[in-house]
Ligand binder design. Sequence first.
Ligand code: FES
Length: 385
Amino acid sequence: MIFLRPQMKKVGRILSSKIGPPLWLLAELTYRCPLQCPYCSNPLEFAQIKNELSTEEWRSVLQQGRALGAAQLGFSGGEPLLRQDLEDLAAEARTLGYYSNLITSGMGLSYERVASLKASGLDHIQLSFQDSDKELNDQIAGSHKAFDKKLEMAQVVKDFDYPMVINFVLHKHNIDHIEPILDLCVRLGADYVELANVQYYGWGLHNRDDLMPSLEQLRHAEKVTQRYREQYKQKMQLIFVVPDYYETRPKGCMNGWGSVFLTVAPDGLALPCHSARDLPITFPDVRTSTLSDIWYGSPGFNQYRGDAWMSEPCRSCSEKEKDFGGCRCQAYLLTGEAGNTDPVCDKSPHHHIIQAAVRKAQVCDKDVVPLLFRNTKNSRDLGVR
Ligand code: FES
């Protein structure tokens, strides 16, 4: 599953202020998924993570989140449709007054299921595609049924008067198809399209060298997107998310650690972002702590709040209130220390790691380094290494 890290809109985060409430709750209902996308941001060892929260436990999480102040709720995964209690949880969300969003591949969706989700009060469905071409779509998804199913479900989502929100994850194998991708979106009557370049976490990081587009590919895709943006500005909103490896300043990841975003993993682990499980931090569990204690009092959530944790160059940087030193997970995954400046920043002494990764990705031969697909067997194999 790919979920865009909230980073674009500022919602009043000030580094030194007191802790505000969480505004976004992401419920990762399961790590199970019928697809095998090699850029999935789920942890590599997802197959070893069992013991999903029960319906009643999820209800309690939703109730506590709303009481804390969360207003946006995402149902994510894995594939959340694999949870047969999704409709019950959507109904609970409606009763509590959340704006709820289902982030789905469309696999497991049907006319009846969309009807029951609508009746339960689900507000929004975001449907992901892998490509505009059936062959490549199904190859990346790891299912020969995926493309046809997605087309069918896009129509059903439209029939139920949901806004048509489509997500394409872009990488070196499909980014040159940007025109047919956008033509498909036009044909499907898309209202919003997220063209999200792969962010390199989880399986995406593992497969980075065979996923990263060249700068030339990226610029071309941006140019085409801008053309469609102008042509269809009354009909379709396009969001193009650049891979941050090509930036010189880091993204203000999650709008700051423990600032507005709270994710609960399938096994009940509470995290400030959905990649934080990889960090050497003991995070709390919703089975043993209240969400209020987790949000306001747990060491894991407080670790990178404010700016006291920052070292140079972040500490004295005039941009620290804008980017919060970047992404803690990326800093850890690439430098081994989560408190370092995100190496995307060209002021970071580790920026050469990003530059080297970009160079390496340009010369990587996909026939020599095949993509490792996200599935249970590969996850187990990685877990025993
Ligand atoms: Fe950026 Fe975790 S993904 S802080």
